[in-house]
Design a protein around this ligand. Structure first.
Ligand code: IPE
Ligand code: IPE
Ligand code: MG
Length: 242
């Protein structure tokens, strides 16, 4: 289906998204913060369906950071259960639509075993799909990912002279994923918050005031249209090649 203002020939290959503003959305309505997270489920599903609609190949969403453990224990507990629920409620539908689900982040002892089991089942169920790769960054931190890559290289016996940008890229959590072309952050916060630090080096950044629970595919399309109006230079002087 054609979407106005989007040139399907110039889609970003990979869009990354910081789903932020759930707590404020709830507080604005006199609700508990967790109600905001719950309302974010529809936003996520609509965004994924919008990504499928325009033919995006890669979508990565930030669901829980390594810093989010500092939140009240009840909120953290809710988020663990909630993410498990999202998987059980939607993985079959996403599977039928050709979505490959993956998780990026640390599997440390704090992540409940049941959630890990559902993550593994969802990844396994959808592993042969190729329409859209949906990567859920969960217990993810960008600095930690770089540290893990360097540790892996050291464990493999790499010499200092072996280590360059390519080798580090190859040891990130998902070396097959292209770097995001576009990073969207909702809720009017202008920061990265430890998301994909290495991979975002040359991404176009798009910030919107919309709070995550209000985000819908239309907002994704607006961000993609804005992306298409930008000139990416990658350090050159820009302009068209003659
Ligand atoms: C994003 O919404 C969801 C997570 C970090 C898990 P927040 O919960 O950060 O919402 P605000 O920023 O407090 O409004
Ligand atoms: C980033 O949002 C993490 C996720 C959306 C999962 P935060 O709300 O945790 O970020 P800060 O604390 O405002 O930087
Ligand atoms: Mg926040």
């Amino acid at each position: 289906m054609k979407v106005p203002n989007i040139d399907e020939a110039k889609l970003p290959t990979h869009v990354a998204c910081v789903m932020d503003g759930n707590g404020r959305w709830a507080t604005n309505r006199g609700l508990a913060r967790i109600e905001g997270h719950a309302a974010g489920e529809e936003a996520l599903l609509d965004t994924v369906n919008g990504a499928l609609e325009i033919g995006l190949k890669w979508l990565t969403v930030y669901a829980f950071s390594t810093e989010n453990w500092k939140r009240p224990v009840d909120e953290v507990r809710f988020l663990m259960k909630f993410n498990e629920g999202i998987l059980t409620r939607h993985r079959d539908d996403l599977n039928e639509k050709g979505v490959r689900i993956r998780f990026s982040g640390k599997r440390d002892w704090r992540v409940p075993r049941r959630l890990i089991k559902h993550m593994d089942q969802s990844m396994d169920l959808t592993k042969n799909n190729s329409k859209l790769t949906l990567t859920i960054a969960f217990n993810y931190g960008g600095r930690g990912e770089i540290v893990d890559a360097v540790r892996e290289l050291v464990n493999l016996g790499a010499k200092a002279s072996d280590i360059d940008e390519k080798t580090i890229s190859k040891h990130l959590y998902y070396p097959d994923a292209p770097d995001p072309d576009l990073m969207i952050r909702t809720s009017g916060e202008y920061r990265i918050s430890n998301f994909l630090l290495w991979e975002l080096a040359y991404s176009e950044l798009y910030f919107t005031e919309v709070l995550w629970p209000d985000f819908r595919r239309q907002h994704l399309f607006e961000a993609v249209a804005e992306f298409q109006s930008r000139e990416r230079r990658f350090g050159t002087v820009g302009g068209k090649k003659s």
